[in-house]
Design a protein around this ligand. Structure first.
Ligand code: GUN
Ligand code: ZN
Length: 467
């Protein structure tokens, strides 16, 4: 085979550690290269560093210069629904009626192969236009939907985690399967897709309320037979959902306990939302190595609640965490919008949850953790998200050996006042220090939006260019 080596020259910003571990010195978690060079061979990073140091080691390199942009690792969406691409932004309901009225009817269409293919392509094109290069995604109970999604991702060489949805109750016929069908379909899809190219398989019970004892036992058996698989589900999203679930599992004291009963909680487990988890559940998740996915657009759009960012980031019981759109429960495709809402949830959490307005109960360290700085924010959608999904050996930053998945952000795009706003922090030449670049990134997430995404690259190939 021909080995293709190429270089990207530009301004790079990535992370080498968790900024929540560097309170007061968050720059220590990040890397900023004003003039950097990324060397790529067959889609994989083989060298990265200052241009002046790296370029002499790679003479004759075919270099693409990306000017006037900040290049970050591609965004990771830890929780999103492929077959809701058409149905986002539905008026008026909270989780359970929203599922019944809007979601299940649309998802049922993905049993049709042409519809599933077109929907998967539209989904991934929207993700790439938002700067997202990796997703952990739900499809449907239909193997057709799973096949078309994995094939669509493989055509773009994107790292994705997905699997057959397991739901055998709390949904109309046509949106469910039996535990036997779910088990057999999962086995077939695991054999066909797991570890093929960049496809990864997740055992996917949709949520505990939609799963009988037999269905959860099928998940348990699959995890026993394939311990290296992911487990992707929802947890503790909506108060009505939670109270209904506990009626069905009187032997469990809480939501996490249901997944623990079937031995699903541990490394590579992700529970989307986790809005109403108790301190005890957060503690058990921390001990297990399982992850939560913070989905603020969805938690606000569906009125689910205020995620406890300070609790998840408590250094004594730190929980692995990725961020997700949860599109179409979330009303946006973009992780930049997720960061916008995540910041506001953190600020609101300080007012409502962690007692900063009450001097008797206030916890100032918790209040500080709730503030989503640009370091914490962009770490969470890159390296932190990768750690939450246990894929940080492959993506998340510009370490040698990882895939060349990245996004070029135009800090002056967005609303027309953006260049003037950015000129508060640096001149037209752009950010020259890490601190200035962090200002630029914070403005992207709070003042800008997905218009700031100018180019998106996957495995060293440009798959999206704005306009
Ligand atoms: N719980 C079960 N299914 C879903 C879904 O599709 N979206 C959200 N947000 N929560 C769920
Ligand atoms: Zn979801």
């Amino acid at each position: 085979a021909i080995i293709v080596t190429s270089g990207i020259r530009g301004t790079f910003f990535d992370f080498i550690d968790d900024p929540w571990k560097h309170v007061g010195r968050e720059e220590d978690s990040a890397r900023f290269l004003r003039d950097g060079l990324l060397v790529i061979e067959d889609g994989v990073i083989v060298a990265f560093g200052p241009f002046d140091e790296v370029s002499p080691l790679h003479p004759d390199l075919d270099i693409t210069e990306i000017r006037g942009r900040i290049i970050t690792p591609g965004f990771i969406d830890g929780h999103v629904h492929v077959p809701q691409t058409r149905a986002l932004g539905a008026f008026g309901e909270q989780l359970l009626p929203w599922l019944l009225d809007t979601v299940f009817p649309e998802e049922a269409r993905y049993s049709d192969r042409d519809y599933a293919r077109a929907g998967s392509d539209r989904f991934l094109e929207n993700m790439l236009a938002a700067g997202t290069t990796t997703v952990q995604a739900f499809t449907t109970t239909s193997t057709v939907a799973v096949e078309e999604f994995f094939e669509a991702a493989a055509r773009r060489d994107m790292l994705v985690i997905s699997g057959v949805t397991g739901i055998d109750q709390f949904a109309p016929e046509g949106s469910t399967s039996t535990p036997e069908e779910f088990y057999a379909d999962s086995k077939a899809m695991i054999a066909k897709y797991h570890g093929k190219g960049r496809n990864r398989y997740a055992i996917t019970p949709r949520f505990a309320l939609g799963a009988s004892d037999e269905l959860l036992k099928a998940c348990q058996r699959l995890k026993k037979e394939h311990p290296d698989l992911w487990v992707n589900t929802h947890i503790s999203e909506n108060p009505l959902e939670i109270s209904n679930l506990l009626l069905a599992h009187p032997d469990c004291t809480d939501y996490l306990g249901v997944y623990e009963k079937y031995e699903l909680v541990g490394p590579k487990f992700s529970g989307g939302h986790a809005v109403w988890l108790s301190d005890n559940e957060f503690g058990r998740l921390s001990d297990s190595g399982g992850a939560v996915v913070f989905c603020p657009c969805s938690n606000l759009f569906l009125g689910s609640g205020i995620f406890r960012l300070a609790k998840a980031t408590d250094p004594d019981k730190r929980v692995k965490m990725s961020f997700g759109t949860d599109m179409g429960g979330g009303n946006r495709f973009s992780m930049i919008h997720v960061l916008d809402e995540a910041y506001k949830v953190g600020m609101l959490g300080n007012t409502l949850l962690d007692g900063t307005t009450n001097r008797i109960t206030q916890d100032l360290a918790a209040a500080e953790r709730s503030k989503l700085s640009p370091y914490r924010a962009f770490w969470s959608v890159t390296l932190g998200g990768a750690e939450g999904l246990y894929i940080d050996d492959q993506v998340g930053n510009f370490e040698v050996g990882k895939s060349a998945d990245f996004v070029a952000l135009d800090w002056n795009a967005g609303p027309s006042a953006m260049p003037w706003h950015q000129s508060l922090f640096f001149d037209e030449a752009g950010p020259t220090t890490m601190e200035e670049a962090a200002h630029a990134l914070f403005a992207v997430m709070m003042v800008g939006d997905d218009r700031n995404v100018d180019e998106t690259w996957v495995s060293g190939v440009r798959l999206y260019k704005k306009d």
